[in-house]
Design a protein around this ligand. Structure first.
Ligand SMILES: [Zn+2]
Length: 155
């Protein structure tokens, strides 16, 4: 197959393609249990020969077709379930220990609260949290949304 660069595109996500095994960012074991960041692909057009002259032909010829191929340009970032559960436990502990302080702190807490909501999204913890932690997260989210809308209105 000839690789030709007719149209090349980078940074393509392919959500339907199963993630390949990668190295857990926590402990280095091979895994694809939790995909924190999907792999990115590069696409290019390639020529495949679909028909060609046989050895006895007086004149050589070939018929080609162009197909789009993909190559991984950036591997997925993955974590094994053991590390993920460990992180989730720490995450819950942080929320439970700081929740009241953050709610009382209001605008002063916006930075750590945004940070915690960001890692919640990144680690995809939400569905697996205990009910009480999920309630606290919800409260923090409502609070941060309220504070952020108010501060943009004031500007
Ligand atoms: Zn691990």
């Amino acid at each position: 197959m000839r690789r030709i660069q007719l149209r090349s595109q980078v940074g393509i996500l392919r959500p339907k393609v199963a993630t390949r095994y990668g190295i857990c960012m926590g402990c280095g074991v091979g895994t694809r249990s939790h995909v924190l960041e999907p792999a990115e692909y590069e696409s290019y057009d390639a020529e495949i020969i679909i028909n060609e002259s046989d050895a006895f032909a007086s004149k050589e010829w070939e018929e080609v077709d162009t197909v789009t191929k993909y190559a991984i340009s950036q591997s997925a970032i993955v974590m094994c379930h053991k590390c993920w559960v460990k992180k989730k436990t720490v995450f819950e502990r942080i929320i439970n220990a700081n929740h009241t302080k953050w709610i009382e702190g209001g605008m002063q807490s916006i930075r750590p609260v945004m940070q915690i909501l960001k890692s919640l999204r990144y680690m995809q913890f939400e569905a697996e949290l205990s009910d009480s932690t999920r309630d606290k997260v919800r409260e923090l989210r409502v609070m941060s949304k309220g504070l952020l809308t108010k501060s943009t209105e004031e500007e």
